[in-house]
Design a protein around this ligand. Structure first.
Ligand code: FE2
Length: 133
């Protein structure tokens, strides 16, 4: 088990009224935000199978995932030490509160998600067997 604190400033300065260009092949890129409120980023995990996924993370606030391209499958704790999978669908955002991670079934970094979270929150990491209700 480990803990990570995310605190402001938690996002880079970004030009306004202009397109932002994510770098391909990065697991997680924070793009921009609104201090004291939200930040957004592009998530594209290198894991390509559920078996590649290790720890699940749980935040003390909800996190929104929206598939942008390719395929991304969420891996969610079932609360009993196991996991269930939820493939993201284009145009259908998912609000996640349970411990989670994700993989790209088409290969490393082959899918991308738009993610919305707070700019200040705590995260706890544990392997699935350690997430029991
Ligand atoms: Fe998360």
């Amino acid at each position: 088990m480990r803990f990570v604190e995310t605190r402001p400033p938690s996002f880079p300065h970004a030009p306004v009224d202009a397109s932002l260009a994510p770098i391909p092949g990065e697991r997680w890129q924070v793009m921009c935000g609104d201090a004291g409120h939200w930040r957004v980023g592009i998530y594209s995990p290198p894991e390509a199978r559920r078996a590649d996924c290790g720890e699940l993370e749980r935040h003390d606030c909800p996190e929104l995932f929206l598939l942008l391209s390719g395929g991304v499958t969420l891996v969610l704790s079932d609360g009993q030490g196991g996991v269930r999978e939820l493939p993201l669908q284009p145009g259908q955002p998912v609000l996640v509160e349970t411990p989670h991670t994700a993989y790209c079934p088409g290969g490393p970094h082959s899918g991308t998600c738009f993610v919305v979270e707070r700019d200040s929150f705590d995260t706890e990491y544990r392997v699935p067997a350690e997430w029991q209700k």
